[in-house]
Design a protein around this ligand. Sequence first.
Ligand code: HEC
Ligand code: HEC
Length: 199
Amino acid sequence: MNDGACRVKTGRLIFLGWMAMASALAAPQAVQLCASCHGADGNSASPRFPRLAGQQAAFMEQQLELFRERKRDDKGAHQAALGKLDAAAVKGLAAYFAAQQPAANPAAGADAKLLAAGRKLFMEGNLAVGTPPCFSCHGDRGEGNATAPRLAGQHSAYLLSQLQVFDVSQRPAAAEMQEIVKTMSADDIKALVAYIPGM
Ligand code: HEC
Ligand code: HEC
């Protein structure tokens, strides 16, 4: 190996070491305020609590500020934690959970037909009734982006609960979703919440 390659390699090792340290620092005590519900690595076990691992940081920051301002109803779940966190700490937590590895989480008991129907809706929508393909905003692997949240690997029951609340305007930042949900049948939603968790 020549000197140049060696230097590059050493540089990368130092960089990786720094990254490991940075993520260790990004998981300070504040994560303990979230871990009991969401899991320390964001892969919550209970479907009552959404998974945060790999979720988009901008989305998490936005939702936490909405909880703080009581614009999105969380039944008080974040009141105590947010009382101890300023905007910079919220930003740090969002970056920490976004950097965690999402664990597999396929929906239990979904049959092949339902999964295929869910996949078709996700990729193609149902343009005849005005349902757009979900992938067009949420990404073709459901990974999300700067403007729409990650859906892949989310608990099926949580996805279902959110698709129901869009209807009653508990999610002020979800104007697009409110319109989209109106175009979907109960069967469409059943198929989608079976398919998406296993993406
Ligand atoms: C007491 C349990 C509890 C604690 C502690 C808690 N959460 Fe939550 N979190 C919830 C529940 C319940 C929801 C879903 C609210 C709803 O139904 O809309 C949620 C939703 C969220 C969401 C929105 C996710 C989505 O996909 O819609 C984010 C982001 C979030 N929590 C981040 C955090 C962070 C960061 C902390 C730590 C500072 C934290 N939570 C602490 C219970 C908790
Ligand atoms: C035009 C863009 C767009 C399309 C198309 C779209 N979504 Fe969304 N979706 C969003 C945005 C933006 C949000 C975040 C809303 C918020 O901030 O509360 C969202 C949020 C969601 C959530 C809540 C996630 C969470 O963690 O809280 C679910 C579930 C969801 N969408 C499902 C779907 C499904 C299923 C489809 C396809 C039928 C779809 N979306 C199509 C933009 C879109």
